[in-house]
Every structure is written in structure tokens, then in C-alpha cells.
Design a protein around this ligand. Sequence first.
Ligand code: ADP
Ligand code: MG
Length: 254
Amino acid sequence: MQSLEITNLNVSIGGQPILKDFSLNIPKGEIHALMGPNGTGKSTLAKVIAGHEDYEVTSGEILLNGESILGDEPDEISLAGLFLAFQYPLEIPGVSIANFIRAAKQARLPENESINAVEYYKELYDKMDALKIDRKFTARSLNEGFSGGEKKRCEVLQMSMLEPEYCLMDETDSGLDIDALRIVADGVNLMRSPERGFLIITHYQRLLDYIVPDVVHVMYDGKIVHSGDAELAKELETKGYDWVKDSFVSSTAQ
Ligand code: ADP
Ligand code: MG
């Protein structure tokens, strides 16, 4: 079962239900986009999948390739093959990008193996070039003093270096100008593979002009209320989220 499968997930924060019977299945090889108005629970979903501990999971299941990851630590989930690119990447003073990624890659090797530094830097520089990240960033502290666009490109660099089986991107496009948006999209398109699944969370349709998803889901009030193909995102762009809200209210009233 090569998929990221979420079934009837209920999640609360401080007793307040946020995710309500949320279900979603992402088979490897597919890119799913999750759209929806602010405050609907998109970031909550991403953080719960990645093992963030602030949330109360009251019921449901999250399976990574058939194995439950609910209750696992974030680093265990990361080693199991899931990468979360944050909406607001953290700054880590004193830790260079090169050393940070190297430590993360080292953690993925068997205990008696160590990274070949020459090969590592070759791969790092190749991927930095592909993502148009200046090599002077190699030695800079992670995200410290980076612009919004630089942080997002750096997230995509980490993602491409770690080669996860499942990539979760939480509004990686927010605050990006069109050039940075294209770079992020190019990075994702390069990583697109039958061996990898993506969940791309975005508030706007713009990113989906460059990354064409296999499936688009619309989330409202803690659950998915519509799913469709890439055209659904375009429909949302013209009709707005009120359209979803209204159709959701009328469908639940029936
Ligand atoms: P989205 O990403 O769709 O904008 P979020 O998942 O960030 O939505 O938020 C969903 C709801 O959960 C919002 O009402 C938000 O205020 C609330 N929420 C999210 N995180 C927390 C938190 N750590 N503490 C309290 N409430 C939170
Ligand atoms: Mg969010």
C-alpha cells in the first residue's frame, strides 16, 4: 500500500474541534492540491501529519505506506519518508544550510556509513544551481535574515536533498513573487516521480499554473467538501470560496 492515507481524522486544539472526520488518500506518483479559506484547518492537518504535538487527535488514522504514524515523533516520521515544508520556516542561528542538510542525510544512512563529503557537496551545489540559490548561502545560518522567497527556496532545497517519499508543502507559495514561485514550482516538477506523492496546500490558484495537480481538494470547516481535477482550482479562482461555502451549506441542509 504505497500511499499516505488519512481516514476520519478528528483533531482538536484546546477542546475546539478543527479537523472533522477528515479523509484523504494520496497514492505515490500523484500530486494533490488542498485549497480552502484561511482558518479552515489546512496547516493543522500538515502539522498533525508531521507529528506536531500541540494537537489532540481524538480519532482517526494516518497511514504511511500502510503503517500508522500517529503518535510518532516528528524525526521518526521524517525518517519514515515524509517531508513537511513549513508555511513559516524556522530560523536556526549558528547552523549552516550545508551542515543542517548533511546531518539530516547522515541520519538516513546505516550507522556504520558516513557521507562522502565530495559527493555531498557536488549534489548540494547541483541542486542549489537548479534552484538558483547563490552558493554563498551554503555557509549561512539556516533561514537567518533570509527573505521570504529565500526561505521558501531553501525549504525546496532541503526537500530535494532528502528525497522524501511524500512531500507536504504548506503554502510554500505565500509571499513569493512570480520568479520565486516559478523556481519553487520547477523544483517540485523536477522531483515529481512515480515513487513520490505530494500534498500541496495553497490558498491561491497561482502556484497551480506551474504545478499541475492530479487532484484538487477544497477544504471547508475541517473537512474536504469538493474534489476534482486541475480545472476545479480554476473554477475556484473565478467563483471564490463563498461558492464552496454556499454549496457546502446547501448540500448539508438537504
Ligand atoms: P489554515 O491553515 O487553513 O488557515 P489553521 O490550521 O492554521 O488553518 O487553523 C485552523 C483553526 O485552528 C483556526 O481557527 C486557528 O485559529 C486554530 N488554531 C490553529 N493552531 C492553533 C493553536 N496552536 N492554538 C489555538 N488555535 C489554533
Ligand atoms: Mg495555514
